[in-house]
Design a protein around this ligand. Structure first.
Ligand code: GLA
Ligand code: ZN
Length: 675
């Protein structure tokens, strides 16, 4: 648990006193107190201030901020500042700036702009982290380290090309292996020397962000860039740990951010933290899924909500205000799904550059008499009242959805069968149905231990990595229910097709053979016609996107296609395998099918919804020491009533509740009771 030193839900956020004159600081402190703010994330973009040139380091301002905050009761989440390099560094050592996917050498500018293979960047970022750790190791205000900021973006410079070749040698050993893995006899690409391999950018193999001639090299480049950035992070991590082995280290992630394999990253993070920026029209289940993914990165360990806006963003097309009550509601949504902190970007709204219209606890008017400040202060009081009650409480899901970044890269880059295929969206369809059924769901990696689950769903498991099929076979044999969909089991980890019939290695457990894959135009549909009523499913449902033309090889056929030349071929099958069952959904079904299907599976496995609740009421649960905390989050614009079957205590009001409970519009109840 990270919250030992400050045993409550940490409340605060990004704070940039360096952008202000010192007269403002005492006002900040006064208002932090009023708002119940006890953690400030500082030093996120101060590299240029701390290190004005190659040899000078000046920590005086940071010393002052650390002391000042601590004296006023505010702890610190201390960033290492390496999310943006100083201008002098870019001028003196051009290797720190990146080359973009179009092959253009970047100049100084922006942020998150350093090449992860730049010797200068690696040297000076690690050095800075080390100096910070050495200096503040005994500071009583230091709670946690925040390395860099929102790592992301790729570089295509010569240093990256060199490092890529080293990485490839390590991975493949010989050029023969590499040529085979990338299938380079296609279009005469055989390599005879490692130096012939160039980075896959718009000058070589790629275009339009997700189009490539060679999936092998493009997927490997994504692996390599994710690895390179992680290596840069790890250098800082090691430096911090040298001086402060007991202070946790994190870096702020971004949910489903496509470019980094967060499951790999999480192995080197003491705690996961992430920045949550839904827009007014983001479905709440979509945000819930992102929280669950962040919780899943470390197998269910609580995470930090590192950033959210108290009111609005600046970078979206339409930056709506969070409606009254919504900031609180979404904060508790994070807590309900595993967050042990509620933090904002930013505490005081800046006056210049591109984030001056980004929401903040303290707005440009500068005083506390604003709607946003009042809402922040109310939440601050409430979180203080919860004390350590919810800290480190866990979720006990019996259903899991497998999510794999490498599979995502592969499906994005695949070139056929359909541009409309979106891996994340297909996973979301399953998640959303479970969310609406109030079934707790974990988002897990392909490496996760499956034995704690009754149902494992792997939508569009296109890339099957070594050992995965065996793992699924074991899971199903032992009584588990496995679900996968169209376009699964097609390729290995190098994006080479597993020949002998789709779905490749998953064929035995599924008991089917997919002979062809049809891609449907957006307005083209087929139907899934149930052969017989099954639980909540009967009649027919629409499906589309892709239609696998499958044959049963022992699986029972539950539904058939309703039209086209493959009318009558199976579209939904179940195969008995050992003590369990493996389902294949051969097309992308409409929402009403999904809910019926998943509720049938849960019924079969005895997985119960957390409770019955009206539409728009989110239900989630955390458990600690045999006590259950049931969160009811009413996202509706009207009050909603739920039935509570055994007496519980609402820990936000202290009141006992049983029978009918009305949760106000945008309101929250957290019900404590026996498990
Ligand atoms: C990100 C960054 C912050 C800030 C916010 C604005 O999450 O980490 O520095 O730019 O976005 O929404
Ligand atoms: Zn580079």
């Amino acid at each position: 648990m990270i919250n030992d030193k400050l045993p409550k839900i940490w409340y605060g956020g990004d704070y940039n006193p360096e952008q202000w004159d010192s007269e403002v600081w005492s006002e900040d402190e006064r208002m932090f107190k009023l708002a119940g703010i006890d953690v400030a994330t500082i030093n996120v973009f101060s590299w240029a201030l701390i290190q004005p040139d190659e040899v000078t380091y000046d920590f005086s301002a940071l010393d002052e901020t650390m002391d000042r905050l601590y004296k006023s009761g505010v702890y610190v989440c201390l960033a290492t500042s390496t999310g943006a390099h100083p201008a002098w560094m870019a001028k003196k050592y051009p290797d720190v700036t990146r080359v973009d996917v179009q092959g253009r050498k970047r100049t100084f500018g922006g942020r998150h702009n350093s090449c992860p293979n730049s010797p200068t960047y690696l040297k000076y970022s690690a050095k800075l982290a080390g100096k910070l750790a050495e200096r503040y190791k005994d500071h009583p205000g230091l709670l946690i380290w925040h390395v860099s900021n929102e790592y992301g973006g790729y570089c295509y410079c010569d240093n990256c090309a060199k490092a890529f070749r080293v990485w490839l040698k390590e991975r493949y050993g010989t050029l023969d292996n590499l040529n085979r893995a990338w299938n380079t006899r296609f279009w005469g690409h055989t390599f005879y020397d490692w130096d012939e391999v160039v980075v896959p950018n718009e000058l070589s193999e790629e275009w339009n962000g997700n189009r490539t001639n060679f999936q092998g090299i493009s997927i490997d480049y994504r692996r390599f860039q994710s690895y390179s950035l992680l290596e840069a992070y790890k250098l800082e991590y090691e430096e911090l740990k040298k001086h402060t082995p007991d202070i946790p280290v994190t870096t702020n992630l971004m949910g489903f951010y496509p470019e980094l394999d967060y499951f790999e990253w999480a192995k080197y993070m003491d705690v996961v933290s992430w920045d949550n920026y839904p827009s007014l029209d983001t479905p709440v289940s979509r945000t819930a899924m992102a929280h669950d993914l962040m919780r899943g990165l470390k197998s269910g360990q609580p995470f930090m909500l590192m950033e959210q806006t108290p009111s609005q963003q600046n970078w979206q097309a339409y930056n709506s205000l969070k409606r009254p009550g919504v900031m609180r509601l979404w904060s508790y949504q994070a807590v309900a799904r595993g967050a042990d902190t509620v933090m904002f970007f930013q505490l005081r709204r800046s006056i210049g550059a591109c984030e001056k219209y980004h929401g903040a606890v303290i707005e440009h008017v500068g005083h506390e008499h604003t709607r946003v400040f009042r809402e922040c202060a109310e939440l601050g009081r409430e979180l203080a009242g919860l004390s350590d009650k919810l800290l480190d409480a866990r979720t006990e899901a019996k259903v899991a959805i497998v999510y794999d970044w490498e599979n995502r890269w592969a499906t994005d880059l695949t070139s056929g069968p359909s541009v409309a295929l979106n891996y994340e969206h297909e996973a979301y369809k399953y998640y959303d149905a479970l969310f609406k059924l109030h079934i707790e769901t974990d988002m897990i990696s392909v490496e996760e231990d499956l034995s704690k689950y009754d149902i494992v769903i792997a939508p569009v498991m296109y890339m099957v990595k070594p050992g995965f099929a065996q793992k699924i076979e074991q899971f199903v044999s032992a009584g588990g229910t496995f679900v996968t969909t169209f376009f699964s089991g097609i390729v290995n980890e190098n994006d080479l097709v597993t020949v002998g019939g789709y779905p490749g290695e998953l064929r035995p457990v599924l008991g089917i053979w997919a002979e062809e894959i049809d891609a449907l135009f957006p307005d083209q549909k087929n139907q899934m016609v149930m052969k017989a009523p099954w639980g909540k499913l009967q009649g027919q449902f629409e499906c589309g996107l892709l239609c696998d033309l499958i044959h049963s090889e022992g699986a029972e056929v539950l539904a058939e296609y309703g039209s086209d030349f493959y009318k009558g071929m199976p579209v939904l099958t179940v195969n008995k395998f050992g003590k369990g069952h493996a389902y294949y959904v051969a097309s992308s079904p409409e929402a009403s099918f999904m809910e019926g299907f998943l509720s049938n599976l849960c019924e079969e496995q005895g997985v119960k919804p957390l409770m019955a609740a009206p539409e728009g009421v989110e239900v989630a649960r955390r458990v600690k020491n045999g006590v259950s905390y049931l969160f009811l989050l009413n996202h509706n614009a009207d009050p909603a009533t739920v039935e509570i079957n055994s007496e519980k205590t609402d820990i936000l009001t202290g009141k006992k509740v049983s029978g009918s409970l009305t949760v106000p519009a945008k309101g929250v109840s957290i019900l404590e009771g026996a498990l």
